[in-house]
Ligand binder design. Structure first.
Ligand SMILES: *[C@@H]1O[C@H](CO)[C@@H](O)[C@H](O)[C@H]1NC(C)=O
Ligand SMILES: *[C@@H]1O[C@H](CO)[C@@H](O)[C@H](O)[C@H]1NC(C)=O
Ligand SMILES: *[C@@H]1O[C@H](CO)[C@@H](O)[C@H](O)[C@H]1NC(C)=O
Ligand SMILES: *[C@@H]1O[C@H](CO)[C@@H](O)[C@H](O)[C@H]1NC(C)=O
Ligand SMILES: *[C@@H]1O[C@H](CO)[C@@H](O)[C@H](O)[C@H]1NC(C)=O
Ligand SMILES: *[C@@H]1O[C@H](CO)[C@@H](O)[C@H](O)[C@H]1NC(C)=O
Ligand SMILES: *[C@@H]1O[C@H](CO)[C@@H](O)[C@H](O)[C@H]1NC(C)=O
Ligand SMILES: *[C@@H]1O[C@H](CO)[C@@H](O)[C@H](O)[C@H]1NC(C)=O
Ligand SMILES: *[C@@H]1O[C@H](CO)[C@@H](O)[C@H](O)[C@H]1NC(C)=O
Ligand SMILES: *[C@@H]1O[C@H](CO)[C@@H](O)[C@H](O)[C@H]1NC(C)=O
Ligand SMILES: *[C@@H]1O[C@H](CO)[C@@H](O)[C@H](O)[C@H]1NC(C)=O
Length: 697
């Protein structure tokens, strides 16, 4: 069974059973079966399931987005011709691999007069289209994002959900508290100042001081919005607050609660420890719209008996006071001489050195999520794990056959460690991405690139599909380009490789007739991305950029690959961090070194820009790297200039390190800033004579 459906079969036509085709452009409306318009699927992990009618609206928006189809949505008993008819099957005809009934299946029928989708629940109305019948093998299918050691803006998470949902994943676990590795060599002071974050921001007095970084946190309103946007596309957020290990954010708040041997571990015996964690959960229960929450419980090296007591007390508390189920990472499997953890806690297995999911858990009737580190990613660099999902392993990860991996395969080398495919204790699979090197190792979008191929490949296997590597490579480019409601690659529609071109030399028609205050600056790329400006025009047809004016383009950000060239004359720099040009994902600055500010961090070159001379500054995004080069030019010279680069092309780089303990130089892929040149408080005065944005490097 192939899991890639969605709109894939709707490219421009649908092949009919009789060999004919049905053009998707013929679709005029989406009709929601009146009988089920308000139906919701209560069986998933979310507490806020959308109604079938709401899925239809999302679907219509996607058809507009991708196919430019103007499709109306209405509720009716019958279907008019050329409609997509969304309804729900009365009979249960979809089952998970365990034999349990699934609400996520759907049947898909195409005739010469339209398309009918029979879902088992409203979940299916919107996302999963296909031919004939399709249903998933497992309930939990998704990814885990370490949003603790790296902040991600809500919009990025929502776009990521759109991408995941397109490939039929339904779970995004958000790891919301953690710290960088608390090496044994650190002093108490170093540990207490090590990068550690708790990402939820509450004004409740009970947690005052737990989070000191409001600009890198989620407020209740933001967290609610993330959850509802994601669930609109069938993706449930599972929040994780980590304790009693990886708990430095909590210890930095209440230092007495740390174990003296390692402050990132909680001293569970301390009388305030469990009450403190209960207080935290009590504060956030009603923020979370999922039936299950994750309490971490990973990599604790304190006492096992205390660990088990902690997990059991928390599980009971969360069930009683939050009405939610608990998940933990596999850490201390049950042993004859333990008071074991309770069986109503589900276990997220990640490594065989921690546990054996089959013999320790499944055979003892614990439910398990497969997060085996076969598919771990550590962002950018690690001594242990790859920077991208090992997709090859997913095509050849079954030790019994050499074939496809699926969620029931915990061990890709040893068949004996894997349960039967139909074992009911296998909940599904989640593949994590960890930010071991913290916030400055990567910009937000590099997380997307680490998962770009991994999400579709794992989604197929998690669903129960068996797409081959060859098939994947064939369909992926087309499918990726169709994923709706996101532009994670920051691509821009353009008639040619020249996306944007403002050039004071091209002719005076570049400006409106107002000679003293230019208002519109024409784009000569052919794309009509004209800019507006309130900067004055000089007699040489350049713009006089002063701290009270700017040039605004209708664009914002361009992802890899690109060359952004600016022709500038910097008269003076008036502040420490002068802003040349800014965009949604980055800002080009003179600090005074040439620098890009992105995802909250500065990436500086050693070189500066010469003052009081015409220069061309080029920023180049080439694959995973970003470069800058400077050319000396003159106002008369052509744009772009043919003169040689001054010095050499320099690379922006990340320095990966933890408190000076480890250092690795690595590339960084920063988007081009293209929204506003100069602007309020930009901190420089000079002239602007041209901007060229190209998708070539
Ligand atoms: C879409 O169709 C409706 C009528 O079905 C019409 O009112 C509306 O203007 C159309 N929108 C666009 C963008 O064509
Ligand atoms: C843990 O807390 C208990 C109670 O406050 C204290 O007696 C003990 O020394 C602490 N243990 C460590 C290792 O910090
Ligand atoms: C848990 O809920 C019970 C009943 O609502 C309440 O009495 C108790 O105070 C709560 N516990 C905490 C720690 O909030
Ligand atoms: C803990 O689990 C192990 C393995 O299943 C079992 O042998 C042992 O009896 C359990 N301990 C208790 C206290 O139930
Ligand atoms: C697991 O559950 C089954 C019934 O579902 C029971 O027969 C079996 O004894 C249980 N095994 C353990 C180790 O608790
Ligand atoms: C395979 O797994 C089984 C069960 O855990 C174990 O007994 C056996 O030693 C493993 N074989 C190898 C080659 O590691
Ligand atoms: C305009 O150009 C002329 C000759 O190229 C130059 O001398 C003059 O300084 C320029 N004026 C401005 C405002 O740049
Ligand atoms: C949040 O604020 C701090 C302190 O001003 C700053 O260093 C950091 O870059 C900001 N974070 C982001 C994501 O902008
Ligand atoms: C800047 O100069 C330092 C010292 O010479 C060098 O180690 C570093 O690599 C340079 N940085 C960049 C981004 O080229
Ligand atoms: C971007 O440049 C890199 C390095 O030259 C190249 O490997 C890659 O194919 C290019 N990507 C696109 C989308 O052109
Ligand atoms: C990133 O942060 C580490 C400290 O964790 C520091 O050593 C390193 O220089 C920083 N890198 C950059 C590019 O600022």
């Amino acid at each position: 069974m192939m899991a890639f459906f969605y709109l894939a079969y709707l490219f421009t036509s649908v092949t009919l059973y009789n060999g004919g085709t049905y053009p998707i452009s013929a679709v005029k409306s989406i009709i929601v079966d009146r009988k089920y318009a308000n139906e919701v699927d209560e069986s998933g992990e979310t507490l806020i399931p959308p109604r079938l009618h709401e899925f239809a609206d999302t679907f219509a928006a996607d058809l507009r987005d991708i196919w430019h189809l103007n499709v109306s949505v209405s509720v009716a008993e019958d279907r008019p011709p050329h409609s997509i008819y969304l309804t729900i099957s009365e009979k249960t005809s979809f089952w998970y691999a365990s034999g349990e009934v699934s609400s996520e299946g759907y049947a898909f029928e195409v005739t010469t007069s339209g398309i009918t989708i029979h879902g088992a629940s409203p979940l299916e109305g919107e996302l999963q289209l296909g031919k004939s019948v399709d249903f998933p093998g497992w309930k939990i299918r998704g990814m885990m994002l370490d949003a603790a050691r790296h902040y991600y803006p809500p919009k990025f998470i929502v776009e990521l959900c759109s991408y995941m949902s397109f490939f039929k994943q339904n779970t995004l676990q958000l790891h919301l508290s953690d710290n960088l590795y608390n090496a044994g060599i650190y002093s108490r002071e170093q540990s207490l100042s090590l990068y550690a974050r708790f990402r939820l921001w509450s004004d409740a007095p009970e947690v005052e001081g737990l989070n000191k970084f409001k600009n890198e946190s989620y407020t209740r309103a933001q967290f609610k919005a993330i959850q509802s946007h994601c669930v609109a596309r069938g993706v449930t957020i599972i929040p994780e607050i980590e304790a009693p290990g990886h708990a430095l954010p909590i210890v930095q708040w209440k230092p007495d609660l740390g174990l003296s041997s390692d402050l990132s571990l909680l001293n569970i015996s301390h009388p305030d420890t469990i009450p403190t964690i209960k207080t935290i959960w009590n504060t956030f229960f009603d923020w979370f719209d999922s039936k299950t929450v994750h309490i971490g419980a990973d990599e604790y090296t304190g006492e096992v008996s205390e660990y088990n007591r902690f997990v059991n007390e928390m599980a009971k508390f969360i069930r009683n006071n939050g009405s939610k189920s608990v998940r933990i990472w596999g850490t201390f499997p049950p042993k004859p001489d333990y008071d074991n953890i309770t069986k109503d806690v589900s276990i997220q297995h990640w490594e065989f050195f921690e546990d054996n999911p089959l013999f320790d858990y499944i055979k003892n009737n614990y439910s398990v999520v497969n997060s085996d580190d076969t598919f771990y990613v550590v962002n950018k660099w690690s001594g242990s794990y790859p920077p991208k999902v090992n997709i090859a392993k997913s095509f050849h990860g079954n030790p019994a056959t050499g074939g496809q991996w699926q969620p029931y395969i915990f061990d890709t080398n040893n068949e004996t460690n894997n349960p039967e495919r139909s074992n009911k204790y296998i909940l599904g699979a989640i593949a994590p991405l960890w930010n071991d090197f913290g916030p400055n190792a990567t910009v937000y979008s590099e997380t997307y690139y680490a998962w770009r191929e991994g999400i579709p490949v794992l989604a197929d296997k998690q669903w129960g599909g068996d797409l081959s590597q060859e098939e994947f490579l064939t369909v992926f480019p087309t499918l990726r380009a169709l994923a709706p409601a996101q532009n994670l690659e920051r691509s821009i529609v353009s008639k040619s490789s020249t996306i944007l071109r403002y050039d004071s030399k091209s002719s005076t028609q570049g400006y409106v007739s107002d000679m003293s205050r230019g208002k519109r600056v024409s784009d000569f790329s052919g794309n009509d991305y004209d800019a507006s400006t309130n900067c004055a025009r000089t007699s040489n047809n350049t713009l006089l950029v002063t701290p009270d004016c700017s040039l605004k383009t209708p664009l914002s950000s361009k992802g890899r690959n690109y060359t952004l060239t600016l022709k500038l004359y910097i008269e003076s720099i008036e502040k420490q961090d002068a802003t040349i040009i800014s965009g949604a994902d980055s800002t080009l600055m003179l600090t005074p070194n040439i620098a890009l500010f992105a995802s909250g961090n500065y990436y500086r070159l050693n070189s500066t820009l010469p003052l009081k001379t015409w220069v061309e500054l080029s920023i180049v995004g080439r694959g995973e790297q970003t470069f800058a080069s400077v050319r000396e030019t003159s106002l008369e010279d052509s744009f772009p200039s043919a003169s040689a680069v001054v010095g050499a092309e320099e690379e922006f780089r990340a320095v990966l390190g933890i408190n000076g303990a480890y250092f690795v130089w690595a590339p960084i892929a920063i988007e081009a800033p293209i929204a506003e040149l100069g602007g309020e408080d930009a901190g420089w005065t000079g002239e602007f004579a041209g901007l060229l944005l190209s998708s070539e490097t």
